[in-house]
Design a protein. Structure first.
Length: 86
């Protein structure tokens, strides 16, 4: 992600807070990562997984029910399980 894009950095600036948690409609995954980066210590590896578009459903389909989907939770747990076994 282009984390040093000056146009997108402007979207998380705030007049009333240190940093804004809403960068607008476009570049959302990038501005969300820029926001989170503000809270990660120097030299710490981190990852932003953007699941905002699939976090909930307005209707039932397949094995998903209306409301929160839990999308990505199994994938994250599986990755963590394998990563920390090493």
């Amino acid at each position: 992600l282009p984390m040093d894009d000056e146009r997108l950095k402007k979207k998380i600036r705030s007049e009333v807070a240190d940093v804004a948690n809403n960068g607008g409609r476009y570049g959302g995954a990038i501005t969300a990562a820029m926001f989170l980066r503000e809270f990660v210590g120097e030299g710490i590896k981190w990852l932003h997984v953007d699941i905002a578009g699939v976090d909930s459903s307005d209707e039932e389909y397949g094995y998903y029910r209306k409301g929160a989907t839990g999308f990505g939770v199994r994938t994250c747990l599986e990755w963590l399980s394998k990563y920390y076994k090493q």
